[in-house]
Write a protein that binds this ligand. Structure first.
Ligand code: AMP
Length: 214
């Protein structure tokens, strides 16, 4: 199965992609995670994109398309994947079409998670994760059971994404409305778009996704 999950920052793409990955034996391909890994490693690509990401702007299409086309070819993606955070612009969507066509593949579904901007600011600015195991938390909606201790691994060090500040979230939302939202009509015309309410509780969103995909 080949899926695209898209929606504004904070809509739950990463969380839902991880659940679908486990349920359907797919691999989650998150361009945001890949770019963060490049930044952390100090690679040439990481150096190029660091400030763009910190400002909440989109990385140039050519860099993203290059990065994802290599990743789609990897052995673990052969059985199916969930694209999380890609495509984010019309040129990226066209490049994806061409990439898949060249490999004789077709997207099964493109799923939009709909969400309100104000709620996304609250969701994003409150989130943090465990440095040791990567478990995700939220100050208000999903705190650790014991303050300062990771439920999953007992770790005591937590981190926040550099672009999860209120100011950067607003820039990311703006980029979403200006450059990514036009994909809704692009995929509608192709006839494989599904829209799901991302404001619902996490388990309800998963249930809706599974109903559609089963
Ligand atoms: P995400 O983890 O999906 O929220 O992405 C974090 C940041 O990485 C975005 O704000 C962009 O700066 C960059 N990014 C991730 N995916 C893309 C993409 N498909 N096109 C352009 N920039 C991207």
């Amino acid at each position: 199965m080949y899926l695209v999950l898209f929606g504004p920052p904070g809509a739950g793409k990463g969380t839902q992609a991880k659940r679908l990955e486990a349920a359907y034996h797919l691999v989650q391909l998150s361009t945001g995670d890949m770019l963060r890994a490049e930044v952390a490693s100090g690679s040439t690509l990481g150096i190029k994109v660091k400030d763009i990401m910190k400002a909440g702007e989109l990385v140039p299409d050519a860099l993203i398309v290059d990065m994802i086309s290599g990743r789609i070819d990897a052995a673990d993606a052969k059985a199916g994947f969930i694209l999380d955070g890609f495509p984010r612009t019309i040129p990226q969507a066209r490049a994806l079409d061409a990439m898949l066509e060249g490999k004789g593949l077709k997207l099964n579904r493109v799923i939009e998670l709909r969400a309100d901007d104000e709620a996304m600011v609250e969701r994003i600015t409150g989130r943090f994760s465990c440095v040791s195991c990567g478990a995700n938390y939220h100050e208000k909606f999903n705190p650790t059971k014991v303050a300062g201790v990771c439920d999953a691994c007992g770790g005591a060090r937590f981190d926040r994404r550099a672009d999860d500040t209120a100011e950067t979230v607003r820039a990311r939302l703006q980029a979403y409305h200006d450059q990514t939202a036009p994909l809704i009509s692009y995929f509608e015309k192709k006839g494989n778009l599904l829209s799901i309410d991302g404001m619902a509780a996490i388990d309800d969103v998963t249930r809706q996704l599974r109903e559609v995909l089963d």
